[in-house]
Ligand binder design. Sequence first.
Ligand SMILES: [Zn+2]
Length: 468
Amino acid sequence: MKPYQTTLLSSLLITSLSACQTQVKTSPTTDVVKLQQAALSSQLGYDLVESLTVEVGPRLAGSPKDIIAVNWAMNKLTSLGFDRVYKEPVQVPIWERGEANARIIAPVEQPLVITALGGSIATPSSGIQAQIARFDSLEALQQARPEMVEGKIAFIDQKTERHITGEGYGKSVGGRSKGAVVAAQKGAVAIVIRSIGTDHDRMAHTGVMRYQDGVPQIPAAAMSNPDADLVNALLKRDPNAILELYMSPKNLGFNTSYNVIAEVTGSSKPNEIVLISAHLDSWDEGTGAIDDGAGVAIVTAAAKHIQDLPIKPARTVRVVLYAAEEIGLMGGKAYAKAHKAELPLHYIAAESDFGAGRIYQIDTKVNESAFAAVQKALSPMSFNGVVLGNNQASGGPDVSMLPALGVPVASLRQDGHDYFDYHHTPNDTLDKIDPAALAQNVAAYAQFAYIMANSTTTLTPLIVSSTK
Ligand SMILES: [Zn+2]
């Protein structure tokens, strides 16, 4: 091609491109491709999770660090130039971890690595010394005769299975959340569980536990997986082995935390909302990188790429960074309550709360009559490695209550094969995040939010059958 031809062609292209830009709206498909390119070539997601984990770090709900995290989020979202940034109060309990020590004192002395479960009471200052009543699962404890448990430390020794979906967690986590109540009902003096985790590190996994009115409160802890193996092997040699437990956590009333919210205002349906979310709080032992700094970074960066488009999508894209997910979905519940009147205007909602592994599938929970149209609309996500899945999504913990309130949800499924190696441990740190995988997540959330914010399919209200 001769130089003048190049010039001619260029000027023709420029003329036709500018004509397109001035006279014709940018094609949504083009924008979906552009969003993917922008996200995959951007550092923003990683910069955000690095900033949160380095400049704030652990941020247990109700602690002074929680408020520092809220201020971090307000400043960060404001500096990114979103159309609106605001926060809404959430009442959260204050729990301090204190110390947690355990050792076998007979027939042989063996120190053990444990951690207190979130919400647990302390042991007496002299500790607890008792025999161990071991069970394969929460169900086995539930079926045990009280005389097997009375006066002993209950030990639920259930292994968590590794799955890409994380489904092993759902099978074992009941022992953590409900074990103390069941054990106390049978007269146990404390409960220790095998960590709900898939690793073999000598590190225990914390997580929230619950008490029940009318049932005595007993101390509750998790033991590292290698220590659970050790105790199990010791009990085979001596069923009367004695465990000593000392814990000093404190429950200290309530504090005010906040859901932090940012919006890209919709161009033609600004009152309708596509909600993408994550939780800002974390456990106190790691720096909250995969749980859930990654989610905070993914949804914030995704919305920022939409904010930067020359033409905004029809609906408002709302980013919600929830308070106090870890200790009982308190931010999610507070949001659903505070926005009750506005929920019919929520077109669809999703939460990123499963680390930073690549998204391989998108599932939805929409009315069956709309499912085919939604799948068709979402099909450009396949260029980012995301296949179209089923219509049985729950949407993530903080939005899990929304389907019953008529709001459709989506679950962007991540590769979580190693998520429960690090979850709720001191090992939840930034080095576990692959920047390229994080950027793929940002691209997927940006595409999802953009497509849904422009969708012409009627989705609301979601009709959920009460039998499901
Ligand atoms: Zn989480």
